[in-house]
Write a protein that binds this ligand. Structure first.
Ligand SMILES: NC(=O)C1=CN([C@@H]2O[C@H](COP(=O)(O)OP(=O)(O)OC[C@H]3O[C@@H](n4cnc5c(N)ncnc54)[C@H](OP(=O)(O)O)[C@@H]3O)[C@@H](O)[C@H]2O)C=CC1
Ligand SMILES: CC[C@H]1OC(C)=C(O)C1=O
Length: 331
């Protein structure tokens, strides 16, 4: 049984229904557009569980910019069919397991990004719902140290941070500049680079009011982008990790032979862009650092937003001013 009181109610409904497909609350859109296409439904079918999947009772979810970009139709060429229940990040409790599931059981507290390839056929039935079906390999056990709301905000962002740093060949003793250090991904790039990969020096950019946050995350040089241009500083870095879409400027701040990771926008050589792959094993590898408090989830203090306020949560995320993660809790 979970320690979170909000995790019990609908689980009972599902178990009590003697396995008959049961209905659930979910946020749905039938057409592409802005947040006005979103609507709350309470009669949505609980997703079926494939052999390699588990059914998760969603305790908390988190939003990512890919959710609103997908909703706007930016990735329609490779999207799953409409209607869509959005949401990539989930934290919750396993209530059903498929016949091929090996390492998870009913009652396990889990977290993960439910879409292995963020832009290729993401699931029609996402995490902004009472239940979601996820492949076991995309999930990890939730660390005891953090609650469901904190856990929900980690998967896609921390997997992006970790994968980008790996692709950049980041290693102990290297220096890094993070463009967008206060954001969902940037706040985790800082911590993974410093605490997991042994960065010798971390610099990051943010606006004036977020510089103290950067320092609290372990940044050695907090750059106020409203006052100076990072590329004009004499210091150059082994890796520049751009989360803001400043790839053209990022290449001016990297050392000769260094790497520039670009998450969005145009890519200028030697920069490279990639799209995150969800992987439960990566979360499992990072769990000890979370349990030891070396990696701290950053949940935007305007949240968590309750399930009824998903539209407000999206509207806030789309301002581009979120600090850390926009979390949806309770569901
Ligand atoms: N390729 C991939 O696989 C992935 C791509 N992405 C993309 O990466 C981008 C970042 O994602 P995410 O971190 O979730 O976004 P967020 O919405 O969390 O980013 C918001 C943050 O960005 C900061 N910011 C905005 N403009 C600037 C600027 N000019 N300089 C420095 N900081 C700035 C804001 O700080 P302030 O208020 O101080 O400006 C704010 O804290 C998005 O475009 C997303 O789509 C994300 C994940 C995976
Ligand atoms: C092309 C980058 C795209 O992929 C993800 C996951 C985003 O957030 C994007 O903008």
């Amino acid at each position: 049984a979970s320690s979170d009181p909000s995790a019990s109610s609908s689980t009972d409904t599902l178990v009590a229904s003697s396995g008959e497909p049961s209905k659930m609350k979910a946020w749905v859109y039938d057409e592409y557009g802005d947040v006005s296409v979103l609507r709350a439904e309470d009669g949505v079918l609980v997703p079926q569980v494939e052999e390699d999947q588990v059914l998760v009772k969603v305790v908390a979810a988190a939003l990512n910019p890919v959710d609103f970009k997908r909703m706007q139709g930016k990735f329609k060429a490779t999207d799953s069919p409409l209607p869509t229940i959005p949401g990539y990040d989930v934290a919750g409790i396993v209530v059903k397991v498929g016949s091929q599931v090996k390492n998870l059981k009913e009652g396990d507290e889990v977290y993960g990004d439910i879409n292995e390839k963020a832009l290729e056929n993401p699931k029609q039935s996402g995490s902004l719902a009472e239940f979601t079906a996820v492949e076991e390999k995309l999930l990890a056990l939730k660390p005891q140290k953090i609650d469901f709301a904190q856990a929900a905000g980690l998967p896609l962002a921390i997997e992006t941070a970790y994968e980008g740093l790996e692709k950049a060949g980041f290693s102990a003793g290297k220096t890094i500049l993070v463009l967008g250090g206060a954001g969902g991904v940037g706040s985790l790039v800082i911590q993974v680079a410093k605490q997991v990969l042994g960065a010798s020096r971390v610099a990051a950019t943010a606006s004036t009011g977020k510089l103290e946050l950067l320092k609290s995350l372990g940044v050695d040089l907090a750059i106020d982008y409203t006052k100076e241009n990072f590329e004009d500083l004499p210091e150059k870095f082994d890796v520049v990790f751009d989360t803001v879409g400043q790839g053209d400027r990022a290449v001016k701040a990297v050392k000769e032979g260094g790497s520039v990771v670009v998450l969005t926008g145009a890519v200028t050589p030697p920069g490279f862009r990639f799209v995150v792959t969800s992987d439960g094993a990566s979360l499992t590898k990072l769990n000890p650092f979370i349990e030891e408090g070396k990696i701290k989830p950053v949940v935007d203090p305007k949240g968590p937003f309750p399930f009824s306020q998903v539209v407000e949560a999206f509207t806030y995320l789309e301002t581009g001013r979120a600090t850390g993660k926009v979390v949806i809790y309770p569901i």
